[in-house]
Ligand binder design. Structure first.
Ligand SMILES: *Cc1c(COP(=O)(O)O)cnc(C)c1O
Length: 384
């Protein structure tokens, strides 16, 4: 039995009757308090007699929603003034081309790490604008690890270095930051691990995260970018494709996804509430501690058994997506089916990796990890 940190009991997510443990990789589970609050604010926000869905994106109520979301984001991640906090549409996938469109000059090369499907999707879009160099890859070993420094070879003078911080499908996560040769800077897809642990944004030029894993509803993207990096696109682009236009217009050049940004704001407030764990550190440090406990419960169950096989190299294991399998595909199928009957939903692995995947984002309760570990032990006893 793992020793649990009871300091988090007050803010930790809980499961209410009628709800399932939702292990879905995305869209993922959201905290009940956030969903309840959204229900109220859809009816009437700030006592205005109108709901958030109905307010103008240039009106006072939305001004407040946006200003609070940005301020809360800055406080949560300690984001300095020379960085913009932006919200865009089109999911993380749109950022796959917006990044090279805005940041990669003609004829220049950008370095990318190929660590899984989302990383390789990003790589495939670069050629529209410039050259791509794969600085490291784990494709040969089915993306089971993050390329080591020894496995890394940068290009001569990259414009920037892109990495996918947490590989949602393979279940691996960068535990260090890649190098940045010459004048290059880091760009990261942090969709599936944003604000799951402390991060130093000043080490990166641009971070983007689709909201539906750790931040809110699908479609909306959070972008944190150093001002000089996005000051001017490297080529002539339509306005909707430009970071500088997004920034100059406070993320509302056109009608923004107001509800998505509202809900990200509520998620940021929920994350900030972790500041108040008695005698503990800042919010993200507390969230990390809770996430580590959660992941350990499931990884321990894998490691304690000869029946389950973890898909990721232990040193690169993700805190957010735990990937594993049984000795056979038939048993994997049975596992997923029986787990569902026990109220453990969404455990089927991605078709690229197979097996099982437990996605345990920030809003996922620790009790669900315990329930899964318990189920794993019983399943092994019956089928091992
Ligand atoms: C889910 C995910 C994406 C895709 O996001 P969309 O919102 O569907 O575009 C990209 N990158 C990572 C790391 C993801 O987990």
């Amino acid at each position: 039995m793992t020793t649990m940190d009871t300091a988090f009991d007050r803010m930790a997510p809980k499961l209410s009757p009628g709800r399932l443990f939702n292990f879905s990789a995305g869209p993922g589970t959201l905290p009940e308090s956030v969903l309840r609050r959204a229900q109220e604010d859809i009816w009437d926000i700030f006592g205005t007699g109108m709901g958030i869905l109905e307010h103008s994106h240039r009106g006072k109520a939305y001004d407040r929603v946006l200003a609070e979301a940005i301020a809360d984001c800055r406080r949560l991640a300690n984001i300095p003034d020379d960085y913009e906090v932006l919200f865009a549409q089109g999911g993380a996938t749109t950022q796959c081309w917006m990044v090279p469109a805005n940041l990669l000059p003609d004829g220049r090369t950008a370095d990318y790490f190929n660590t899984g499907k989302w990383a390789s999707d990003a790589i495939e879009e670069v050629h529209h604008y410039g050259k791509v160099h794969v600085a490291g890859s784990s494709k040969e070993t089915r993306y089971d690890h993050i390329p080591t420094p020894e496995e890394t070879k940068h290009s001569e003078d990259p414009a920037y270095v892109h990495f996918c911080w947490n590989n949602t499908i393979a279940g691996t996560e960068w535990q260090r930051l890649p190098d940045t040769p010459g004048k290059s800077f880091l760009v990261s897809d942090a969709s599936s691990n944003i604000f799951s642990r402390p991060l130093d944004v000043t080490k990166l030029g641009l971070i983007y995260a689709g909201a539906q894993k750790n931040l809110g509803p699908a479609g909306t993207v959070l972008i944190i970018a150093r001002k000089d990096v996005i000051e001017k696109p490297v080529r002539d682009l339509p306005k909707m494709q430009r970071y500088d236009v997004l920034a100059q217009n406070e993320s509302r050049y056109n009608t923004p996804p107001t509800f998505g940004i509202y809900l990200i704001g509520q998620m940021l407030k929920w994350k900030l509430s972790w500041e108040s764990a008695p005698g503990k550190g800042d919010a993200l440090a507390n969230i990390e501690r809770y996430n580590r406990e959660k992941a350990k419960i499931i990884y321990d169950a894998i490691d304690a058994s000869d029946f389950y096989i973890g898909a990721a190299r232990p040193s690169d294991r993700s805190l957010m997506n735990v990937t594993f399998r049984t000795p056979s595909e038939e048993l994997d199928k049975l596992f997923v089916k029986q787990a569902e009957k026990e109220g453990l939903d969404g455990l089927k692995g991605h078709r690229m990796v197979g097996g099982m995947r437990a996605s345990i984002y920030n809003s996922f309760p620790r009790e669900g990890c315990e329930a899964l570990a318990q189920f794993m032990r019983e399943f092994e006893r019956k089928n091992g």
